[in-house]
Design a binder for this molecule. Sequence first.
Ligand SMILES: [Zn+2]
Length: 419
Amino acid sequence: MILGKYSFGAGDRFGHQGKAQLEAVMQAAERGVDITPVWNKSNREHTIIGTRPADVRREADDAVAACGWEGAYFVDADHIGLGNVDEFIESSDFFTLDVADFIAKSSAQTEVKAFVEKYAKYVGSLAVGGLEETFEISADLIRAAAGKFLLAVKEAGKTYRHIEAIKGEGNFITEISMDETDHPQTPIEMLFILAAVADEGIPAQTIAPNFSGRFNKGVDYVGAVEEFAKEFEQDLAIVAFAVEEFGLPAGLKLSVHSGSDKFSIYGCINKALRKFNAGVHVKTAGTTWLEELIGLAMAGGNGLDIARSVYRKALLRIGELCGPDATGIEIDTTKLPSAEGGDEGGGQRFAAALRPNQACEHYNPDFRQLLHVGYKVAAEMGRAFTDALVEYQDIIGQNVTENIYERHIKPVFVGDSIL
Ligand SMILES: [Zn+2]
């Protein structure tokens, strides 16, 4: 199986928006941009919502049948490891091997030494196609990279071989993710990570590094955009170089785990993709769940009551809700509306506070971040929440499609500016 040049991973916490998500990809196809849709869900999301991997497969298959989609599509077991992959193996054909926990854990000295010797030929100045600058590489740098990442890549190898033994070679897409860590990877570290990936025999088609800057959940990028742009171009150049050098799959590309809404860097991602004629996988998760809340609020009546109730409960449980996502959450609690404040104004006002439109004076990124992780509250409401999704599906679906197409697909893949 080969993942297309452009692919877009959408998460759908409650599994009701498969069609609305696919419609956004179909809008891109109508404009001549081919994107492979991927449905991703992590073990953590399944545990919180109470769904199973087979539910995601069913959602994807149903959406594809209902929309008459004839292209490829995948179901991504997102952020799995050896300990929890088994439950995903049957229903998934895309596996994101999360080895972030193994970064900076000590690798065996003999393995590090062998790695440094094997790649000693890169010591010196390295020029990479497409970049003006060169990289200075020392044996110490290679040793440090091996010490930091070799164990993680070996863990990815174990998980890959476990899946391969069951599904068979070539029957699934492999992604390696190192994004959920406090250790950003430099482009030159990525070169040696990819060397190790090749040594492990992992046919990775995507790799998700931790870029510098902050990728907080549900809000825009925090960091210097020009530096990100430079680093992203260097990463693209390194990936292309590593494919040639190490014989990795020809379509290997970066995967950007956006945590949703990294609008300020979408423009430079698009520019870099064009410059390097490169592909990319963009992965989002919570953005669709927030559109469900926006749609419910806009619907008014019972829909708005439910949206408000989710906020009130989330506010009471802020510490608990932010816990599992601690690396990607920075909420200024002084900027959150009080429980009663969340009730002020009508549904349009609630929607405006949540909708990520920087130009709108009512937009409140702290409110948005809290609700981004607040899906646990909605999950606990059970049928009261999911029945409302069904009742107000028309307005919710419109918001889901428009959000994915206008705010994400268009700026990254089509290249137009956002709303
Ligand atoms: Zn991630």
